[in-house]
Design a protein around this ligand. Structure first.
Ligand code: ADP
Ligand code: ZN
Ligand code: ZN
Length: 733
């Protein structure tokens, strides 16, 4: 450890690492994975120390590392290696990769604390008795004295006011007189204030209309309820203005608990403890064997919807913990971290000291706290979304990737990576077992299982042998011929919904498009209103009275005349969820209906309220986008209606058929999960498409054979690897 230089990854959008000189007093601590403070340009920056080197870098002036933030390196060696792999494989800026792996820096500023140990207390007493202290001993004595006087741990930050403190601290730490701990501190109440628009009540004196209008626009039109600090930033208003508006009743606020994954029902939540059936038992048995072999292996757990995959996950985690190792569970969306986190806490929380939940919507303080709990080994199970693949677990035994086919595992911004694939690479480096779970595996993973690269575990039947729902196609071409109706709900679906309502059971209706109409076109010249940034057609949102691009988020007013030819014949078509909701309310005025999509479920709270109401039977029909298709286990649903099965097929994506098959299979799985049998109606204009046919028959193998044949013929993945190169410039030449 005395190489004089060190490579440092800095959070800048460059692919290179930077070499700094390591001053002699810092040589021991500057180990790979430690966070270091270095000068960069005219700023100081925090980066991660990578490898030490003897090679003098080129350049006129070599700058020095100023400070090492960690006693123990923040990142364990396996993660340092993984970070370098991600940067290399995904051609991502190395510093940005490491930034994504590290806890937010709030920690550095506020949360390291110094504790005096018993031997530190003794040492202080001994030094106090002596009169011949050297300068350095005097420094130590003073610091120990300060710690004793304060009688409680002191933040490292406050000690730093003394410029020599850092060096003295290190000496004391080495002698075991003090301990420096990363502690979760900072914010106390773990709630955040949410602000929502209520309506203009009376007059607000002294505030310009423009300010209020800005707040209204943000809260009522663009974003929905927001955490207070975010509102302040986006609407550019002051806290005082917000308080005033709350007082006059224009805005309302409430506190939303911030604690990741914690919800008020936890205390009396009793997790189901089922006796595993033979298929589940066999799957867990295999996992046990792989864990005992302590070798890397990947298995695809292919289980039809309702086959009890979650139970297999939980038992596998249990087996892992029992062997003294740790487990990581990745789920495709934030909402699922709550549910799975809750299950895990109920199963493992008490016995094994803890479960951490990690996802991108956590505030900095929470994220840092969860991160350090994991790093210190206090939490041995991590449940999270894709970025949790970098959770600093040590002695990793098991990685579960639930719904492995989901595209949300792919990070679409810098640093780009695929969470599922990174999880596999990580497991390989740490000799862990990977379980990829799905009812509709990605073509790539199933192909790997078929060819023996992965192991295959299959759960063929639903638990307690409940039958899969009966699925029926409604051919919309026939429907139109016989009824000449053009609404989104066919007579067949209408009748089935009516029957459902009469029987007092529940229905799920899927329409995989947000907004009111997803196409706005001119009848005179045929031009569609397109997003100026993305050239894709903009969606009409009736409630907001606005057109929005669902790709980049750009919005514009609703044109009265064609922007191209000034014609007045503007034509809206293509039903979105907003319109289908309107139609359902019209057709079933007595039914209790809720819409679940990104517009209605903007916050965790709104999302949970809608799902909670449906689960409690306070709603008859839950309709919405793919959010209604995901993972929920509603026992009273007997009918699932798919408004437009082909909406996804027309997308210019070689995975269009795959996505269609997956979504249909998933939503079909929502019906008949309880005692009552389920039925599914699938409306489509292309009933002969294989993705729809096979989804209706719920025949994964048949679909797989056709799809894999197509991929092979067209030389698409998994038979080739595709990379997307985007070239950007201000001018096109
Ligand atoms: P999947 O994720 O495969 O769709 P789940 O794991 O959600 O299925 O399980 C569906 C339901 O079956 C859950 O309510 C679960 O508690 C229950 N379940 C799981 N395993 C068993 C079992 N062995 N016996 C009875 N019920 C079970
Ligand atoms: Zn026109
Ligand atoms: Zn756009």
């Amino acid at each position: 450890m005395d190489a004089p230089y060190c490579e440092v990854a800095l959070p800048v959008p460059l692919r290179s690492v930077f070499t700094y000189a390591v001053p002699i007093p810092l040589r021991e601590q500057t180990v790979p994975g430690s966070r270091v403070v270095v000068p960069f340009g005219r700023r100081a920056m925090v980066g991660v120390a990578l490898s030490r080197t003897n090679e003098k870098p080129e350049g006129p002036q070599i700058r020095e590392i100023v400070q090492v933030l960690d006693g123990n390196p923040a990142l364990p060696p396996a993660l340092v290696e993984l970070g370098r792999w991600v940067a290399d494989y995904y051609v991502a800026p190395v510093g940005e990769v490491f930034r994504a792996m590290l806890p937010p820096l709030v920690e550095v500023r506020t949360k390291r604390e110094v504790f005096q140990t018993p031997s530190g207390t003794q040492a202080h007493a001994a030094l106090s008795l002596r009169s011949d202290l050297s300068d350095s001993e005097k420094e130590e004595w003073e610091l120990l004295g300060q710690l004793a006087r304060e009688a409680k741990p002191i933040g490292v930050h406050s000690l730093r006011k003394n410029p020599r403190a850092e060096a003295v601290l290190r000496r004391l730490q080495r002698r075991g007189w003090i301990e420096i701990r990363e502690v979760a501190g900072g914010r106390k109440g773990r709630t955040q204030k949410i602000v929502a628009w209520k309506g203009l009540e009376g007059t607000v004196e002294g505030k310009s209309i423009a300010t209020i209008e800005r707040v209204r626009k943000v809260l009522a039109e663009e974003r929905g309820p927001l955490p207070l600090p975010m509102l302040l930033r986006i609407a550019r208003v002051s806290r005082a203005v917000v308080s005033r508006l709350v007082r006059v009743g224009t805005l309302e606020t409430w506190d939303e608990p911030l604690d990741p994954g914690e919800d008020p029902f936890d205390a009396d939540f009793v997790p189901p403890a089922n006796v595993l059936n033979a298929e589940q038992e066999r799957a867990v048995g295999e996992v046990r064997g792989w864990l005992d072999a302590r070798e890397f292996s990947v298995a695809l757990l292919h289980g039809v919807t309702g086959s009890g995959k979650t139970e297999v996950y939980l038992r596998s985690v249990q087996e892992t913990l029992a062997r003294g190792r740790t487990a990581l569970i990745l789920v495709p969306e934030i909402a699922l971290t709550l549910w799975v986190g809750r299950l895990c806490r109920a199963w493992f929380g008490a016995k094994f000291e803890g479960v951490a939940v990690m996802h991108s919507a956590l505030g900095d303080a929470e994220r840092a706290r969860e991160w350090w709990r994991v790093r210190r080994g206090e939490a041995r199970v991590v449940v999270g979304t894709r970025s949790a693949v970098f959770a600093p677990l040590q002695n990793l035994g098991l990685v579960i990737v639930d719904e492995e086919q989901e595209s949300s595992y792919k990070q679409e911004e810098t640093p780009r990576y695929n969470g599922r694939d990174t999880a596999i690479v990580r497991a390989k480096k740490e000799r862990a077992v990977v379980l990829l779970g799905s009812a509709t595996p990605s073509l790539e993973s199933y192909h790997n299982a078929r060819t023996g690269k992965y192991k295959l575990l299959t759960l063929e039947s639903r638990v307690e042998n409940r039958p899969l729902a009966r699925v029926e196609i409604v051919d919309l071409r026939e429907e139109f011929k016989s009824t000449h109706r053009t609404g989104p709900i066919s007579t067949r679906l209408h009748a089935a919904l009516a029957e459902c309502l009469q029987n007092g059971t529940q229905a799920v209706v899927l329409i995989n498009r947000r907004g009111y109409s997803w196409f706005v076109m001119c009848r005179s010249c045929g031009a569609a209103v397109q997003c100026p940034n993305c050239s894709i057609s903009m969606t009409f949102h009736k409630k907001r009275n606005q057109l929005a691009c669902h790709y980049c988020g750009a919005t514009r007013g609703v044109p009265k005349i064609c922007p191209k030819c000034d014609s007045e014949h503007i034509y809206f078509f293509g039903e979105g969820s907003e319109q289908v909701e309107e139609q359902l309310r019209k057709e079933f005025p007595e039914a209790r209906i809720a819409r679940l999509d990104r517009d209605t479920a903007r916050t965790k709270r709104a999302y949970q309220q809608i799902l909670g109401a449906f689960a409690d039977g306070r709603l008859d029909i839950l309709m919405g986008t793919q959010m209604v298709a995901k993972g929920h286990d509603f026992q009273k649903v007997t009918l699932v209606g798919v408004v437009a099965a082909d909406a996804l097929l027309s997308l210019p994506d070689f995975r269009a058929a795959e996505r269609t098959f997956q979504l249909l299979t998933q939503v079909e799985g929502r019906a008949g999960r309880g005692e009552l049998p389920g039925a599914v109606l699938v409306q489509t204009y292309y009933p002969e498409h294989y993705a729809i046919q096979d989804a209706v028959k719920q025949d994964f193998t048949a679909y797989f054979e056709r799809e894999v044949h197509f991929r092979k013929m067209m030389a698409y993945p998994p038979f080739t690897a595709l990379a997307n190169l985007i070239v950007r410039d201000r001018k096109i030449e």
